[in-house]
Ligand binder design. Structure first.
Ligand code: DMJ
Length: 687
């Protein structure tokens, strides 16, 4: 464990904070008085900084919770998203999944400077132990959550979301600056040791830089983007004689390059004016994709788990009897189909959809697929069913493939609907007392027992259900569409209940951060969704009646937090689709806790932590690339106006890289396969 000193206060205290530090070092009563005084001073400073941010943004006074229509960022976004319709322009070596506790572990101008000052000042509050002034831990004071950074207290009326999203941008910049200074070019970044590591020699894969390109664009961080682009242009190459994970390389690198290409075309001021390298990102994407194609050269068409990029040679998994993970094999389709659309090359499309056909021809019951599949024969390995690790994004990409090609491929809607029905029938149970809806697992197949365990990864599901229900429209818009009815309303209720369960997975811990895995107490026998629909009784909004916490168990081996995005991802969808501000408030609370408990000293950035049940949590000294690519992007979007990346015009890949929805028929692409019909029991009818 390292001692916490956010924002380098001990080594080089900014002058305004020297006073706070000395105050904090006085003996008990004196220190107490000094701290209170200091806190008042800081609070005034923060208020002044916040006001300045607001003043800088606003040409006239608006109510604080109304989006600012006149600031530069907003103009930038309006310009962009007005252009959207149609959008005519034409490794790592490890699997990023839960490992049950064994996983490996400048100053700027104007408004930005003020934002950073505010964050620094609030870091000082943490350093001097502000949290203890209210006599309770974790920012809970008088039974109410308190906030640490500009934007105000959670639950407060008239919240300024623009200020809150600026705080997210500041957190991103702090992470980026730490990486730029101490880990530049490395694929892994260790913010405490302030060093990094290549996952492939020489010069790495661009793991962090490429994954973050589109977040830099969405946040309009042009200076940082220029540096990143230069690196991509001068240093990035995929001539690596080393096997890399097919899926991770596709979703992060290919996905990152493609969304950078897309946003560069769509956003004003992003593409360099004198660029003769205007297709830089697309060229890199094509080069990478052509190397990845070797993974699909298996007898069945299901991709090998790994690929040697230099030779294009596919490799079976070293573990799991050589089987590929089902989620990995089926989470390459959005990327390859968008690339097919951009280039007009049909083989990307065909390879991608062939996998779906082979998987579906196994005839999995009720749309629920086992989590391993052999690349040589295309058959499943074992019967284990879950929507957590190795199962998750299979389901996600069903509905997203349907939306990506503007609903031209109903086969994927059919598969999505079938799987949602399977989830309701087999996997949804209620926790024993509070009746949280639990998305459980079936480790021994559908005939086996219900295992009440939820990986953090599963929390992509509530938002994805909501996306499936409305297709990205708001509920208000969707209710006017033909075909809307009780089934859709019920699914939204289910999404809300699961969202609440995921939030409980955060609030159950004293840090307010979720562990990698949470178990639930069930009744004996379990009460199941298919038998009765229950509303959860746990009241998450008060700390007085926290009896609901007894339904959740976070085991020591599962209590790490890897800065994962799934819950804020779902909060983002839930906010956009339902318009219920509760989801934004929950997101703010989560962000607040990430800042409070995962920030590292000396400006290194933010880190994964080892134990969310200890305050402060011991650091893990690793910043995941998806912290920049996903987690902070989703926070930023959650607090942004809804017009930024309009949900009915884009799809986000599983690494939060946005692609446009497109009319596949314009490039003469269409679904090249059909499902084998099923009988009334769901068995394949083979001719
Ligand atoms: C990301 O790489 C993707 O979201 C993937 O689908 C799951 N794992 C991480 C984030 O948790």
């Amino acid at each position: 464990m390292y001692s916490r000193d956010p924002f380098n206060l001990r080594k080089a205290p900014p002058s305004a904070l020297t006073y706070l530090q000395s105050a904090a070092s006085h003996a008990s009563t004196v220190a107490q008085r000094a701290t209170e005084k200091a806190a008042e001073a800081v609070s005034e400073t923060v208020q002044a900084a916040t006001d300045k941010v607001k003043d800088a943004d606003m040409s006239f006074k608006l109510p604080s919770n109304v989006p600012n229509f006149d600031n530069a960022q907003r103009r930038f976004e309006d310009h962009v998203w007005n252009k959207f319709s149609g959008n005519e322009k034409e490794l790592p070596m490890y699997k990023d999944k839960p490992t049950y506790g064994t996983r490996r572990g400048g100053w700027f101008s104007g408004k930005r400077r003020i934002g950073i000052i505010a964050l620094v000042v609030l870091g000082a509050l943490y350093w001097i132990g502000w949290s203890n002034r209210g006599g309770s831990e974790g920012g809970v004071k008088d039974g109410k959550k308190t906030s640490w950074i500009p934007g105000g207290q959670t639950g407060k009326k008239g919240v300024d979301w623009n200020t809150r999203r600026e705080s997210v941008k500041d957190a991103f910049l702090l992470s980026w600056k730490g990486y730029e200074e101490h880990g530049w070019g490395y694929d892994e970044y260790h913010p405490v040791a302030r060093t990094g590591r290549f996952m492939a020699e020489p010069n790495g894969m661009g793991w962090i830089i490429v994954d973050a390109l589109d977040t830099l664009m969405v946040m309009n961080l042009t200076k940082e983007l220029k540096h990143a682009r230069e690196w991509v242009s001068t240093t990035l190459n995929y001539e690596k004689n080393q096997d890399v994970n097919t899926f991770e390389t596709t979703i992060r690198m290919l996905g990152g390059l493609l969304s950078a290409h897309y946003l560069q075309e769509a956003l004003p001021g992003i593409k360099p004016e004198n660029a003769n390298d205007e297709d830089l990102f697309l060229e890199k994407a094509v080069d990478l994709a052509d190397r990845l194609m070797g993974a699909f050269e298996s007898p069945s068409g299901v991709p090998w788990a790994s690929i040697i990029l230099k030779t294009g040679e596919g490799k079976p998994s070293h573990a799991d009897g050589g089987a590929s993970s089902t989620a990995e094999a089926t989470t390459l389709q959005l990327e390859l189909k968008y690339l097919a659309y951009l280039t007009g090359e049909p083989h990307y499309w065909e390879k991608a959809e062939k996998v779906m056909e082979v998987i579906d021809n196994n005839g999995a019951k009720d749309g629920l697929v086992p989590i391993f599949v052999y690349a040589d024969k295309g058959n499943f390995r074992g019967e284990e069913i879950r929507l957590g690790s190795r199962g998750d994004s299979y389901y996600e990409y069903l509905i997203k493939q349907y939306l990506q090609t503007q609903k031209q491929e109903p086969v994927y809607l059919d598969m999505w609907n079938e799987s949602l029905g399977g989830v309701k029938k087999h996997l949804l149970a209620y926790s024993r007392d509070a009746h949280f809806t639990v998305l459980a697992e079936r480790p021994s197949g559908l005939g086996g027992h219900v295992h009440p365990k939820m990986d953090h990864l599963v929390c992509f599901y509530p938002g994805t259900i909501a996306l499936g229900v409305t297709g990205g429209l708001t509920v208000a818009e969707a209710r006017k569409q033909p075909g809307w009815g009780k089934a859709q309303e019920d699914d939204l209720i289910l999404a809300r209940e699961l969202m609440k369960t995921c939030m409980a997975m955060y609030r159950v811990n004293p840090t307010g951060l979720a562990g990698e895995i949470t178990h639930f107490e069930l009744a004996d026998p379990p009460r199941m969704y298919r038998q009765e629909v229950l509303q959860s009784k746990g009241n998450l909004e008060t700390d007085e009646d926290a009896g609901w916490k007894k339904d959740l168990i976070v085991k020591p081996a599962d209590s790490h937090n890897l800065q994962r995005p799934e819950t804020v991802e779902s909060l983002f969808y839930m906010w956009r689709i339902t318009g219920d501000e509760l989801y934004r408030e929950w997101g703010w609370e989560m962000f607040d806790n990430f800042v409070k408990y995962t920030i590292v000293e000396n400006g290194g950035g933010f880190t994964s932590v080892n134990d969310v049940k200890t305050v402060p949590p011991p650091g893990r000294d690793n910043m995941e690339s998806f912290w920049l690519a996903e987690t902070l992007k989703y926070f930023y979007l959650l607090f942004s106006p809804n017009e930024l990346l309009p949900l009915d015009q884009i799809v986000l890949n599983t690494e939060a890289h946005p692609f446009p929805r497109f009319d596949a028929s314009k490039k003469r692409f269409k679904t090249g396969w059909k499902r084998i019909p099923r009988d009334e029991k769901g068995d394949l009818i083979k001719s």
